[in-house]
Design a binder for this molecule. Structure first.
Ligand code: NAD
Length: 293
């Protein structure tokens, strides 16, 4: 596989494009408008720079990586010669269904179709295509250039050739593929999101403050980042939609999203990407200020 198309250039899509560009793949990055793509390229530039400063990459490596990433607003054009399409658009079933139908129609027959979905069924996404055996989940972790895990989700009809090709490709970008079956939340988010939801519920009930909840989990459990800060980082809208999928998929109240999370999403306070979530990121991004609820 040489030609990789990434659909969606937000938090995750930009990171995925960065990694494939870094490891020598030709990347086509797609979004709805030039503004989103410009922001994505700026972010990739900044993150590559960070790797140069840490001595991971040379200036030449950075330039070569950037050179391999081309941007597109025309999806059909961007997938016409793709070996692999990784969909990393907004977490929305109807939107992803539409994208998968379009990709299936326009991508070459040999092309594998992957989704970076946090929680939606890969088997259902595959049902919108005529090549369900070539549809698979590639769930990258945030921030993509730093985190080594890729959770690989084998849909009900994903074949062994697709699975092994994706495992090999994941290793080629120096990440670790671990396979999960296709059930709500797969493995990683089925465990992570209930913990984040419980942290929000704990805040909602006034049992602890943003700071005490996060510090307890850091100092007491050895987590590198507290659950509320992590929720801001993931995006509160993404957290809410994963919890909805777990709640609906298992039909158990233990997955019901906290009302505070719903209010924050409804009011557009989505975390780092809107500069306000459980912390205020508008003042000093290095030291976000915990908010009072
Ligand atoms: P995001 O909101 O940062 O970015 C989504 C991007 O998709 C936006 O730039 C949007 O303009 C674009 N988009 C929407 N419709 C499109 C279309 N039809 N064609 C092309 N682009 C389109 O979201 P994100 O956090 O990057 O999440 C993307 C996916 O990755 C979601 O499925 C999410 O569940 C998953 N994911 C997110 C995280 C995380 O920590 N944020 C982690 C793992 C997986």
């Amino acid at each position: 596989m040489k030609n990789i198309t990434v659909v969606g250039s937000g938090t995750m899509g930009s990171g995925i494009a960065h990694c494939f560009g870094q490891f020598g793949f030709d990347v086509k990055l797609v979004d709805l408008n030039e503004d989103a793509l410009k922001k994505a390229l700026e972010k990739i530039w900044k993150n590559l720079d960070r790797q140069v400063n840490k001595g991971i990459l040379t200036i030449e490596d950075k330039a070569a990586a950037l050179n391999r990433i081309k941007t597109y607003t025309d999806l059909n054009l961007a997938i016409s010669s793709a070996d692999l399409v990784i969909e990393a658009a907004t977490e929305n079933q109807a939107l992803k269904a539409k994208i998968f139908q379009q990709i299936d129609e326009a991508a070459p027959a040999h092309c594998i179709l992957a989704s970076n979905t946090s929680s939606l069924s890969i088997t259902t996404l595959a049902s919108y295509t005529k090549r369900p055996e070539k549809v698979i989940g590639m769930h990258f972790m945030n921030p993509v250039p730093v985190m080594r895990l890729v959770e690989i989700i084998k849909g009900y009809q994903t074949d062994e050739a697709t699975l092994s090709a994706i495992e090999e490709l994941t290793k080629a970008i120096e990440k670790v593929p671990l396979v999960a079956a296709d059930y709500p939340g797969f493995v990683a988010n089925r465990i992570l999101l209930p913990m984040i939801n419980e942290a929000i519920e704990t805040l909602f009930q006034g049992v602890g403050t943003v700071e005490t909840i996060d510090e307890m989990m850091k100092l007491g459990m050895g987590h590198p980042m507290g659950p509320l800060r992590l929720a801001d980082f993931i995006g509160l809208d993404v957290c809410l939609s994963v919890l909805e999928v777990l709640h609906q998929g298992f039909g158990k109240d233990k997955y019901a999203p906290c009302p505070l999370l719903r209010n924050m999403v409804a009011s557009g306070n989505l975390g780092v990407k809107t500069k306000r979530g459980f912390y205020d990121y508008s003042q000093n991004p290095k030291q976000p200020v915990p908010l009072t609820f």
